[in-house]
Design a protein around this ligand. Structure first.
Ligand code: FAD
Length: 507
């Protein structure tokens, strides 16, 4: 007990008094609930109340994320050893009522860029502690895998490949957790045909803001199921997910071609996402430098070695319908695993150069198809004059593949584009104020969107006022608040999204 309070006094929280009070109340509640006492050694509980460990020390990692711009220390980090550890924690904090400042954030792999997985002065739940040999692959005509929400997608893939199966929809990078991407959407080059990852989930196990453990699906507790998918961690913590699978292809032909005319580029991209005979993966990126603005179409066809010849013919035939600059075609054959895990290779290179754990000024936008050309013409070469070898993604998806019952908010058009401005602050290439410069430039992009009524939505949104959130959800705002009242009435969960204030949720 002594240790608990001495650790607390070392924490740099804004409101030490309120947090002291909260820990005191938390302590009393735990003791009343379960006969638990604290060890004199550290912050572990002796009464076997937690299968894992609640740590009050050395928790700096939970105050950081991939963005490296925002840092709020939690009061404690729970390394859950079981689902009931998570439920107990939330239930206890719920019982403390609206005046306690304690909140709870699930931390997946901490790859948010604006503190979304942080809990200032609250409890961070390290979801990766829940994983570990608990994946179960179900083969047969409708295969699926049951996984802990703290599993990384790379581990899910490797496990499924052992049975010749794989999930259908991906993110470009696989060192993200299942719970983290399902709280957003999980969008990549397969989304135009399979929808995002949130469209490929059959069942979830969730712990609500009241501490209730609920299994939900399209058939059971459907309202909770769809609220949670794309729900930014607002309605519950996902502890397990059942993900739909398909037979895994062995090989991939990955092709890139170049365009200089944005109109021709987007015409070809939109043709590909609506054509019956097309590629399995469709993305693209923009390069801006002193010589101009260029567009690279990236496509991939999946296949097994016994169909290599016919696949090559099919690829030629699909490519013959496109209008890229012929001399720019490049083709690469890879294993399916190599292809899906491509960004990790870049990560390792950047880590060696010291360019991975640095500030990232990312801005992800969803632009309605009918505004994409004017957006590109107004932003690239005008607001963004140099992409400096950083990835700037541009690719369309079909809105019909995004289930409108989820909490994900798409823009208002049948086709919309992912525009991912993935800049890192690099003093040597942009000047000493790299981060400030990039954040200011992102603001100018957002100002352009507003001034020209582009009707864009942010993906992985970074709003800081409730007014902005209201505008983001538009006509869906009231329903979103109503769900919050139902599933997390005290606004305990995911404070880092900055949508609700603890204890203040109202229509
Ligand atoms: C290099 C890189 C590449 C990326 N590529 C893509 C991409 O191609 N497509 C794409 O869609 N996204 C992409 N992302 C973004 C990614 O989807 C988000 O960062 C997402 O937050 C997942 O990261 P995470 O697992 O680390 O979750 P965290 O950042 O830890 O958490 C994200 C949010 O979800 C909440 N949360 C986490 N786990 C749970 C849970 N189990 N239950 C409820 N809430 C939870 C957190 O509290 C937080 O609010 C990329 C990110 C990086 C860094």
């Amino acid at each position: 007990m002594r240790n608990l309070f001495s650790t607390l006094s070392r924490n740099e929280n804004n409101n030490v008094f309120l947090n002291s009070l909260s820990v005191f109340l938390l302590t009393i509640l735990i003791i009343l609930e379960s006969d638990v006492c604290f060890s004199d050694e550290d912050s572990r509980f002796d009464g076997i109340h937690f299968d894992g460990n609640l740590s009050l020390r050395d928790n700096e990692f939970a105050a950081s994320d991939y963005g490296n711009q925002i840092s709020f220390r939690p009061l404690a980090v729970l390394f859950p050893g079981s689902v009931s550890d998570v439920a107990t924690t939330i239930k206890l904090i719920y019982k403390m009522g609206p005046h306690s400042p304690l909140t709870v954030a699930a931390r997946g792999n901490g790859h948010s860029v604006q503190g979304q997985s942080q809990a200032p002065g609250g409890v961070v739940i390290n979801m990766k502690s829940l994983g570990g040999n608990t994946m179960k692959v179900q083969t047969g005509p409708s295969p699926y895998v049951d996984v802990s929400a703290g599993e990384l997608w790379i581990d899910v893939l490797n496990q499924c490949l052992k049975s010749g199966l794989a999930p259908k929809s991906w993110t470009d990078y696989l060192y993200l957790t299942v719970g983290g991407t399902l709280s957003n959407a999980g969008i990549s080059g397969e989304a135009f045909r399979h929808g995002p990852q949130i469209n490929n989930v059959l069942q979830l196990e969730v712990i609500t803001g009241l501490g209730d453990v609920i299994t939900c699906s399209d058939e059971t507790n459907a309202d909770l199921f769809y609220s949670i998918l794309g729900g930014l961690g607002q309605f519950g913590i996902i502890t397990r997910a059942r993900i739909s699978l398909e037979p895994a292809p062995q090989k991939v032909k990955y092709i890139t071609v170049l365009y200089t005319d944005v109109g021709v580029f987007i015409k070809d991209q939109e043709h590909l996402i609506s054509a019956k005979r097309t590629f399995d993966y469709i993305e693209g990126f923009v390069i801006v430098n002193q010589t101009g603005t260029f567009f690279v179409l990236e496509v991939a066809k999946y296949f097994n070695p016994d169909t290599a010849d016919s696949i090559s013919q099919e690829i030629q035939s699909i490519l013959s319908e496109l209008s890229y600059i012929p001399s720019t075609l490049s083709e690469l054959e890879q294993s399916y695993l190599e292809f899906l895990d491509r960004v990790h290779r870049t990560e390792l290179e950047l880590q060696q150069l010291g360019l991975w754990d640095i500030p990232h000024a990312w801005l992800n936008l969803l632009i309605p198809g009918n505004k994409i050309q004017s957006f590109v013409e107004g932003v690239f070469g005008k607001i963004i004059n140099n992409t400096n070898n950083d990835p700037v993604l541009i690719y369309p998806v079909n809105k019909s593949k995004f289930d409108n019952r989820t909490s994900f908010v798409p823009p208002d058009d049948d086709v919309f584009y992912m525009i991912a401005l993935l800049f890192h602050a690099n003093a040597s290439s942009i000047g000493i104020d790299g981060l400030e410069f990039l954040n200011d430039r992102n603001k100018r992009v957002l100002d352009f969107i507003e001034a020209n009524q582009v009707g864009a939505k942010e993906y992985l949104p970074q709003y800081s006022t409730q007014e902005d959130w209201k505008a983001h959800f538009g006509p869906r705002w009231d329903a979103f608040v109503q769900k919050k009242i139902t599933y997390d009435p005290l606004a305990i969960l995911s404070p880092g999204q900055r949508i609700f204030q603890k204890g203040r949720v109202r229509l």
